[in-house]
Design a protein around this ligand. Sequence first.
Ligand code: SF4
Ligand code: SF4
Length: 283
Amino acid sequence: MIISIASGKGGTGKTTVATNLALSLNGDVNLLDCDVEEPNAHLFIKPTMDKVEPVTTFIPVIDSEKCNLCRKCTDICRFSALAVAGKTVLVFPEMCHSCEGCIEVCPEGAISASTRELGVLESGHSGNLGFYLGRMRVGEAMSPPLIKKVRTKERERDITIIDAPPGTSCPVIAAMKGTDFVLMVTEPTPFGLHDLKLAVEAVKVLGIPSGLVINRADMGNSGVKDYAAEENIPVLMEIPFDRKIAEAYSRGIPIVEAFPDYADKFRALYAKIEKYSSVEKES
Ligand code: SF4
Ligand code: SF4
């Protein structure tokens, strides 16, 4: 079972749900922090980290001695990562999506492979819980390849929980695609509803079963619940606003540690995820 925890925007409690769900299950679980621009699940999990490995991606290098300036590489590059300037082909590594199309089309064998570092993959554990996080290099803009690298760890255990990046763009798709269930975390406010709608559209395109956790559920208005009912999205858990939960969060203490009775609530959430993911598969 691979569950991606997503939210249309930051600050809705996505990491709170991901970490507390992972800590509650007490089983064969990996937690992957794919919020690679700003990973913070470790602040709550407090893992022992035992490995850091660099993650790199392909970039082309042009041999101007061999290059005949035919422009086949610049024509095929959809990302404007190559340009002919005078008698050289310039490479803009930050724009390169590592598709390797240029190397394929070059008739002169003038393009060879090099790499640029995207960031690091850090591995560790907290008790039984396996923990991995991606951390993007400062100044790097291309997060999907790093997210894909973190996700290579998702089949190691029976259950994988992915803390996805916020938003609805390419990095979130990279963290949701191919998972068994997307759990969307939102808050009952007009902003929460606006961003939830965008997230729901993305999940629909991917065709993945989904459900909702409403955080600070006793604040705001009924817009999120009304929308969930219209769209037939099950509300699997509601977490009320509680000053004590907010205080524990601000000190890096998971809800299930500060309030142990919440572990049963998160286990009940997992049971509902199992139920809804299998219902969707059968239908
Ligand atoms: S690898 Fe792909 S994206 Fe990168 S420069 Fe070559 S064609 Fe462009
Ligand atoms: S395809 Fe090869 S030969 Fe043609 S411009 Fe690009 S690098 Fe030069």
